[in-house]
Design a protein around this ligand. Structure first.
Ligand code: M6R
Length: 364
């Protein structure tokens, strides 16, 4: 039930600290500060390549995970949307792990890709929210998220729970591959344990975000920019906005702006910039200044330090807690979800049941 919330989506956004903690509790031993994965009957340390396949929001979780698998475990990752993967005759090497990410566990394209990989002898791992789903049944390694039922068509809590599982998997893979010391693993686990509190701190900005929804609601087009792991978050923000507010939105790698999309910039196109402070901050901010120099109206989502440094002259800023870069993608999911939510409410659309969409896409 919705309880005091107006919509399921809103309720599910606010459930994130709880369900991320719930999910993490089955992948982490808090006292030892180590990652604990379910038993597997294959040699994880022997995995040479990971192929990630998913759709929509689950695909963006996979894109974030690619950074983690490559950075921590130094395992090359190939990633594709399921509907394309199947038709490009992918090269699947022996000893490969194929990883499927899905809230429902029933998405037709993802399931067909899973079956294809199985036929090709890949080891099948799945991150799913429905443990009785087809994908869960057909996997060699089942990594459930414990988000609870997600009713809103726009995926929110499933996404952050997927990220929590994928971060734990990346840390474990890095450990068994000898790329992380036990101390470094503990460090990662400590940051993951901080995620629920950081999600709460992000949710505390709900009212500020609601108050600025009227700045975005009249727009016909909106751009989202991010770099590194915030690039998939930019695409996720754009997807949320399109899906429930029907405003055209695109997520771009901030460095790609100057290769074309900057031509779109004028004062009618708000640009949402996701830029936590850290090693990628300066570059993203210089892309943001290029937008501002062309009359673009920028909403900067950053932490106190980032806003202090670059917030002046922005149309609005949204302050996030200062967090370790590992958990930033989970935390920055919150403001883009809330922004889409409040813009949709301002426009009066059917937030939980947007037009033309189904919760589970079981056609190819
Ligand atoms: O159940 P799945 O995670 O496989 O669903 C994949 C997409 O259909 C889904 O994420 C969709 O993009 C959402 N409506 C996005 O909010």
């Amino acid at each position: 039930e919705k309880g005091n919330y107006r919509h399921y989506m809103q309720k599910e956004i606010f459930e994130q600290p709880t369900v991320v903690a719930q999910t993490l509790s089955s992948y982490i031993r808090p006292l030892e500060q180590t990652v604990a994965l379910p038993q597997m009957d294959f040699d994880l340390a022997g995995v040479k390549r990971i192929t990630i396949v998913a759709c929509g929001t689950s695909y963006y979780a996979g894109m974030v995970a690619k950074y983690w698998f490559e950075t921590f475990a130094r395992v090359p990752v190939d990633i594709d949307v399921a509907s394309e993967f199947r038709y490009r005759d992918p090269v699947l090497e022996e000893g490969g792990l194929a990883l499927f990410i899905s809230q429902s566990g029933e998405t037709a394209d993802t399931l067909a890709a899973l079956r294809h990989c199985k036929e090709q002898g890949q080891t099948i791992a799945v991150v799913v929210n429905v443990p009785t789903s087809s994908m869960a049944r057909e996997a060699d390694l089942l990594l459930p998220t414990h988000a609870g039922p997600e009713i809103g068509v726009a995926s929110t809590k499933a996404f952050t729970c997927q990220l929590a599982v994928l971060a734990a998997l990346a840390a474990h893979l890095a450990l068994v591959k000898g790329k992380l010391s036990a101390e470094e693993e503990r460090d990662i686990v400590r940051h993951l344990i901080e995620a629920p509190a950081a999600l709460n701190a992000a949710l505390a900005h709900d009212e500020d975000i609601a108050a600025m929804a009227h700045l975005i609601a009249p727009a016909r087009d909106v751009l989202y920019l991010g770099r590194g792991p915030d690039y998939p978050l930019a695409m996720e923000g754009a997807l949320k906005l399109k899906e429930i507010s029907y405003i055209h939105a695109e997520g771009y790698a901030s460095g790609e702006m100057k290769h074309g999309p900057i031509a779109l910039i004028d004062e009618a196109v708000p640009v949402i910039v996701l830029a936590p402070s850290g090693p990628l901050f300066e570059k993203t901010v210089s892309n943001m200044q290029e937008v501002r120099a062309r009359g673009g109206k920028v909403v900067l989502i950053s932490d106190a330090e980032g806003i202090e440094e670059a917030g002046e002259g922005c149309l609005a800023t949204i302050e996030m807690p200062s967090v370790h870069p590992l958990i930033a993608p989970l935390v920055y999911a919150v403001p883009v979800q809330l922004l889409a939510y409040h813009v949709a409410c301002a426009k009066g659309t059917d937030v939980d049941q947007p037009r033309n969409l189904a919760k589970s896409v079981t056609v190819e």
